[in-house]
Design a protein around this ligand. Sequence first.
Ligand code: AKG
Ligand code: FE2
Length: 292
Amino acid sequence: MTLSAAQVADALAQYERDGYAIVRGFLSADEVAELQARTTELYATAMEHPVTFRHGNLAYEVLPEQHFGQRYVIQAYWFSWADAYFDHLRSHPHYFDLLSPLLGRDIKQVTQQMHWKPPGARLTGYRFHQDLMFREAKHAYDDVVRDTVNVGLAIDRATPENGCLRIIPRSNTKGYLGLSDNGGGSIMKGLTLEDELVDVGLDPADIVHVELEPGDLAMWSLLTVHGSLPNESVYERAFAISSYVNGAASQRGEWAFRDGVPQRLGDVPQLCKNEKLYDRLEPYHDPTEWYL
Ligand SMILES: O=C(O)CCC(=O)C(=O)O
Ligand SMILES: [Fe+2]
């Protein structure tokens, strides 16, 4: 069960050239069917919480009835803590085949995110940004940009109508641009105006809609400008985003591979993105109304 050498070479060439790449058929049809079923179960688990729930790195981001007419879940973080299936998926050998040429044989994972865009939920768009804005502890990496690759696995078909990822090719060559830094930490409130792109030297005409079939994978860098529109369709868009880093060059993240061998989560969560993780490890509900 390896990705073909040609698939890997094509993806790495596109990534090098454009700052992003697409790998078609990253998972097999059987694997996709199981992934879709497990994702539906994860959504149901998250829906049991009336408001956002946090436990270590695990989180379910809930939009409550009170403000949204009905309850929606829009994100889960580090759900491997809740479901062993996802703990295995994060070190699927295909991730190693694709990423080891860039990150080496020791690979850690700094984010594990599920993004749902439930039809009818408002606030399912992401303003244009570079993921570097979410890396607080840059000192904890030898070279955080060089040593990180982000990947997004399509669980549902992703189309312009249901809010597929939108990427600006080669935007990663322009350094950090500060897009959406004015959003008070949330990139889900409001949409990017074309002027904001033009102001930092980007051409809105270059935007690529990353249309994916279930089981396809997109990869991008911490400097690649991307975002997505809200879901305007009647179809779900579940998308599983992970950030992998060179394990030898990073003091953050959970091990995914050590010398190429898939790793499971340990007994306690490791510092990943949340620098305040150890201040509050016990489970709690978080009623913060960031969406108002
Ligand atoms: O799910 C999406 O469409 C994009 C999300 C994203 O870029 C992020 O959370 O950094
Ligand atoms: Fe992002």
